[in-house]
Ligand binder design. Structure first.
Ligand code: UDP
Ligand code: MG
Length: 321
């Protein structure tokens, strides 16, 4: 096994503003732990100077390593790249924006070692620094996931966690296309514990999780871990069937009474309703078919452009014609 004890994986997307503060806070904590470590900073295809700044810091901080992805692949894919490349016996994943305090890392490692745990979750004890919108959507997310998936989703545990090498190797071996680690890790059933911390304010820069990405994460979480959304289609179908039955009874009664009705409105509504329900059901089926398709294609979710611990690749000279 490698001599590196601890790997710290930090996914970064357009985080140039926060890098100085991150380095200033993370380095003393890790240096003070007295174990060989590496920091795997994953540049998730940033459009700003994130990669250049990190590379500068690599020169003065030997434990810092830059893994650069070719394009923006998303937070979970960047985490995957970091986990796959990490070499430590223990791997901590942490956000770049210092919302997760690095000072908690030694506590996580001590807990895991003392109790023989494979996973230690960082659990947010206080989110008062998050915006009310973020708190509300996060609360709704965890409630929905617990409902869809069952009890073993630790509440308020995001992507700040420590994993043993064994747990990382199991994660790496899974053929998941869009892993949602906060749900995947608990589902593996490793011995786990938690350390609570107070979520701090973003140290600099803006959130890289706009509403669109939050909705994507929620949908990935729901569809990867549950077929319940498909059941919505069945329920909608059943409801529409009941409505049609009622309409049929109505039609027969009207016919028996000999009342002539224009009939246009009811027909129009029934056709609209049925078309809408069928489209919803098709859409839901399509989402799952798309997932099957992506899995069968098995394209890698990210492409590493360079890794600062590897020698730059020699481009073969253009063959003479
Ligand atoms: N991130 C990333 N790729 C993305 C979006 C975000 O690597 O496409 C990183 C980001 O740089 C940060 C972490 O994921 O380190 C969490 O993002 P952020 O703090 O913006 O999310 P929030 O705390 O607002 O939910
Ligand atoms: Mg953040």
């Amino acid at each position: 096994m490698s001599s590196i004890v601890l790997s710290v994986v930090v996914p970064m997307y357009n985080e140039e503003a926060v890098i100085p503060a991150l380095v200033a806070r993370l380095r003393p904590v890790l240096d003070g732990m007295g174990v060989p470590y590496e920091v795997v900073a994953v540049d998730d295809g940033s459009a700003d100077r994130t990669a250049a700044l990190l590379l500068d810091h690599c020169g003065i901080w030997p434990e810092l390593r830059l893994v650069k992805l070719r394009r923006n692949s998303g937070h979970q894919a960047a985490l995957t790249a970091g986990l796959h490349r990490s070499r430590g016996d223990w791997v901590v994943s942490i956000d770049a924006d210092l919302q997760d305090p690095p000072e908690t890392i030694p506590e996580m490692l001590t807990l895991a070692r003392d109790r023989g745990l494979d996973v230690v979750y960082g659990v947010r004890a206080d989110r008062s620094t998050d915006t009310p919108f973020k708190r509300y959507t996060a609360g709704a997310y965890y409630r929905l996931m617990r409902r869809l998936i069952g009890g073993d989703v630790p509440s308020q545990a995001g992507d700040f966690r420590l994993l043993s090498r064994e747990a990382v190797d199991v994660l790496r071996a899974l053929p998941e296309r869009t892993p949602v680690y906060r749900l995947l890790v608990p589902s593996l059933g490793f011995a786990s514990g938690s350390v609570s911390y107070v979520r701090e304010q973003r140290a600099a820069g803006d959130t890289k999780y706009p509403l669109r990405k939050m909705v994507e994460l929620a949908w990935d979480s729901a569809a990867d871990f549950s077929a319940a959304p498909l059941r919505i289609a069945t329920w909608l179908g059943a409801l529409a069937f009941l409505a049609c039955l009622a309409l049929m009874v109505f039609g027969i009664v009207v016919w028996a009474n000999g009342t002539v009705i224009p009939g246009w409105t009811s027909l129009f509504l029934a056709v609209l309703l049925l078309a809408a329900v069928q489209l919803i059901c098709l859409g839901l089926l399509g989402e799952y078919v798309a997932r099957i398709y992506r899995t069968v294609q098995s394209r890698p979710p990210f492409h590493v452009a360079s890794d600062s611990i590897e020698a730059p690749q020699q481009r073969p000279a253009a063959a003479a014609r």
